[in-house]
Design a protein around this ligand. Structure first.
Ligand SMILES: Cc1cc2nc3c(=O)[nH]c(=O)nc-3n(C[C@H](O)[C@H](O)[C@H](O)COP(=O)(O)O)c2cc1C
Length: 186
């Protein structure tokens, strides 16, 4: 059982990465194999809504999204984490989500996978941010466990590590997501 974590922060070793890693530890504790993808390491261009999207089985944009598609298709569960930027997800996260349009065109390849969301910000906008990503997940046919999100209220680089509430919430999310994926598989 594979759980894939996606960090949508442009900040290396930031709070989103810390919390995704903790969520994946929670998933691992339930028996999952885990992997994290850090979008700031990647060159991912915006969707161009090409009229032949899906034909030929691949996205026409040749960039770092290409090796991510098979990982998404193989995953049993996907946890997406983003900082809150001006009340919403980061541009990096949205660009990534838009590029998964290919997977719906190829026959709803994310359908039935379990989803989880982490939103981290200093003050406000977490609800809207996680709601947008959960909406994306349901549009892709993904399954959300009860309590599909974790919200963290930290701002400074690395502050999540010492924020017990945030770390606990992230780990519990990873556990719930993995447990739900296992139930669905059995
Ligand atoms: C451009 C920008 C916009 C931001 N907007 C918000 C916001 O609307 N609400 C909020 O709570 N925090 C906001 N923040 C703070 C970040 O969400 C916060 O520092 C977060 O912990 C960053 O996560 P990271 O360490 O994974 O990059 C903003 C930060 C930046 C750089």
């Amino acid at each position: 059982m594979n759980v894939l974590g996606i960090s949508g922060s442009p900040r290396k070793d930031g709070n989103t990465e810390i919390l995704i890693r903790e969520a994946l530890e929670g998933a691992r504790s339930k028996g999952a194999e885990v992997e994290m993808i850090v979008l700031s390491d990647k060159d991912i261009k915006g969707c161009r809504a090409h009229p032949t999207c899906g034909q030929g089985g691949k996205c026409l944009i040749d960039d770092d999204m290409q090796p991510i598609y098979p990982k998404l298709m193989e995953a049993d569960a996907i946890i997406i984490g983003t900082p809150v930027y001006f009340g919403g997800m980061t541009g990096q996260t949205k660009t990534f989500l838009d590029r998964t349009y290919l997977l719906s065109k190829l026959g709803r390849k994310l359908e039935g996978k379990v989803g989880g969301v982490i939103a981290v910000g200093g003050r406000a906008g977490h609800e809207f941010t996680s709601a947008c990503i959960m909406d994306y997940m349901t549009l892709q046919g993904m399954v959300l466990p009860s309590g599909a999100f974790a919200h963290s209220f930290v701002r400074d680089l690395g502050a999540a590590k010492t924020d017990e509430k945030s770390m606990k919430a992230a780990r519990a999310l990873g556990e719930r997501v993995a447990a739900t994926a296992m139930k669905l598989r059995s």
